[in-house]
Ligand binder design. Structure first.
Ligand code: AMP
Ligand code: MG
Length: 405
C-alpha cells in the first residue's frame, strides 16, 4: 500500500499552482505573494530624531538655543545647525543638516536662551539614519512570502496600494451517506447527523477559503455523479466524505471513473484514513475522504491542506510542520501502517525542555470527542511498533486557524 510520504509527494507533484491576481492591500492578508517587492525609497526616508529632545550641532554640555522647534511631519529645514547650537526636536522629525546628535530631553535643562546637558553624547546618537533599515531598490519581500499582518504593514510602508498574490482555491464539500441528516435534537432512528459537512466547512473557512458548493447526497450513484460534476464546474478542489471504502454502497471511486476523473491514488498505509482517494480532472482535484469523522478530519488536515498550500504557491507538505515532543506514556501499534495518534501537546511549567505529548485514550476513528481534546497528531512511523515512555516522537501541531505555519 502507498506510504503517507509518497501520497503527499504525489499530491504536491500533481497539484498545479493557481494563477495570480492583483489585490488591493486591504484584501491581501492571508495570501501568498506572487511578486518580489523592492523598496522604491530608502527607509527611513530621511535622517530623523529617534527621541524627543534637542538636535545639537556638536559635542558639548552647553549650547545656544535656537528659536522654534521641529515637529514630526514638518518639512525638513534647509538651513544647517552650527557647532554649539541646539534646537528643540521631537521623535520622527527630520533633523537639520549638520546635526551631530539628539540629546534626549531628560538630560537637559533650558536656562534663558541656553541649553545645558548632563549627558555625554556620541556622534550620531539618537538619529535614525536615512536607509539604515532598507536601501533604495533593496528587495524586502519575495515571491512565496506569506502575507501576515506585519507584512501588510510593510507593504503599506513600501508605498503599495495593490499587490500581486496567488489566487486561493475555491472549495466544494459533498457529504455522502443515506444515513445522514442535518443537525437536529431528535434524529430519526437509524440516522446519523452529518457532522462532517460542518467540521470540513468550518476548517476551510478558518483557513480563509471560500466554500462555493456544498451538498449532502444519499448513496445513489446518479445523485452523487450529479453533485460531483456540479462541484467540478465551480470549485478547484472537491472534497467528498464517505463512500470511499469497498462496500456495495461505496460509490466514490466508480463515480470518479464515470466522470473521467483520473485516480492518482486510492488507499494509503495509514490509520486513520486508509481508504483515502485522490484524483484529478484537468487542473481540478478531488479528495475522497473516509466518512468516519476523525478519519475525515485527519485526512483533511494532512492532505487537503497540503494541496491548498501548493495551489497558493507554497510547496510544503504538512509532514514538514512537525516538532519533537516527549511521549508521556508507552505506545504500541500493530501492523505496517503509519498511525496518527491524537495527542495533547503541552509544556512543563518552566517551558525549558521539549514539550510533552499525552496520547488521548480513545483511538477509534468515529469518536469526534477525542479530536476535540487533541491539539496535535503524534506520528508513529510505518515500520516500528513500540514507542517508549519519555522517548522523543514527531508531532504535528493542529493549527486549525492557520494555513501556513
Ligand atoms: P463510510 O466512509 O461511508 O463507510 O462511513 C463510515 C462511517 O462514518 C459510518 O459509520 C458513517 O455513518 C459515518 N459517516 C459517514 N459520513 C458521515 C458524516 N458526514 N458525518 C458523520 N458521520 C459520517
Ligand atoms: Mg457511507
Amino acid at each position: 500500500m502507498l506510504r503517507v510520504k509518497e501520497a503527499l509527494d504525489r499530491i504536491i507533484k500533481r497539484t498545479r499552482v493557481l494563477g495570480t491576481q492583483k489585490l488591493p492591500l486591504e484584501e491581501a492578508l492571508g495570501h501568498v505573494l506572487a511578486e518580489n517587492i523592492p523598496s522604491p525609497f530608502p527607509l527611513p526616508m530621511y535622517d530623523q530624531a529617534a527621541m524627543d529632545g534637542y538636535a545639537v550641532g556638536s559635542h558639548g554640555y552647553e549650547f545656544t538655543l535656537l528659536e522654534g522647534e521641529i515637529k514630526a511631519g514638518d518639512h525638513p529645514v534647509e538651513s544647517p545647525i552650527m557647532p554649539g547650537e541646539a534646537i528643540r526636536i521631537y521623535t520622527g522629525a527630520p533633523v537639520p543638516p549638520g546635526t551631530y546628535a539628539v540629546i534626549p530631553q531628560e538630560y537637559t535643562q533650558e536656562i534663558g536662551g541656553r541649553l545645558r546637558s548632563s549627558k555625554v553624547i556620541k556622534d550620531g546618537e539618537n538619529i535614525r539614519r536615512k536607509g539604515e533599515e532598507v536601501k533604495e531598490g533593496q528587495r524586502v519581500l519575495k515571491v512565496g512570502d506569506f502575507i501576515t499582518p506585519p507584512v501588510v504593514g510593510l507593504l503599506a510602508a513600501l508605498g503599495r496600494e495593490k499587490v500581486r498574490v496567488y489566487k486561493k482555491p475555491k472549495m466544494a464539500v459533498i457529504t455522502t451517506g443515506s444515513e445522514l441528516v442535518g443537525p437536529t435534537p431528535s434524529p430519526p432512528p437509524g440516522k446519523v447527523i452529518d457532522s462532517n459537512m460542518y467540521q470540513i466547512t468550518a476548517a476551510l473557512r478558518a483557513w480563509g477559503l471560500e466554500v462555493v458548493y456544498s451538498k449532502r447526497v444519499e448513496d445513489d450513484r446518479e445523485a452523487l455523479k450529479e453533485a460531483v460534476s456540479e462541484a467540478l464546474e465551480v470549485a478547484h478542489i472537491v472534497i467528498t466524505s464517505g463512500g470511499v471504502s469497498v462496500g456495495r454502497y461505496d460509490l466514490i471511486t466508480s463515480v470518479a471513473e464515470d466522470l473521467g476523473i483520473r485516480e492518482v491514488f486510492w488507499k494509503v498505509a495509514q490509520k486513520p484514513g486508509k481508504p483515502l482517494f485522490f484524483g484529478i480532472k484537468g487542473r481540478k482535484l478531488i479528495f475522497g475522504l473516509p466518512g468516519n469523522p476523525v478519519s475525515a478530519s485527519v485526512c483533511l488536515y494532512i492532505y487537503v491542506k497540503t494541496a491548498v498550500r501548493k495551489m497558493m504557491g507554497v510547496k510544503r507538505s504538512i509532514l514538514e510542520d512537525f516538532v519533537y515532543a516527549l511521549l508521556s506514556k508507552t505506545l504500541n501499534k500493530k501492523g505496517k501502517r503509519l498511525e496518527f495518534v491524537r495527542g495533547h501537546l503541552f509544556y512543563t511549567e518552566d517551558r525549558k525542555y521539549l514539550p510533552i505529548v499525552r496520547p488521548i485514550q480513545k483511538r477509534a476513528s468515529h469518536m469526534l470527542t477525542s479530536l476535540k481534546d487533541a491539539n496535535a497528531l503524534i506520528i508513529l512511523p510505518e515500520d516500528r511498533g513500540y514507542f517508549e515512555h519519555c522517548q522523543d516522537v514527531k508531532v504535528i501541531p493542529l493549527r486549525w486557524f492557520d494555513l501556513f505555519e
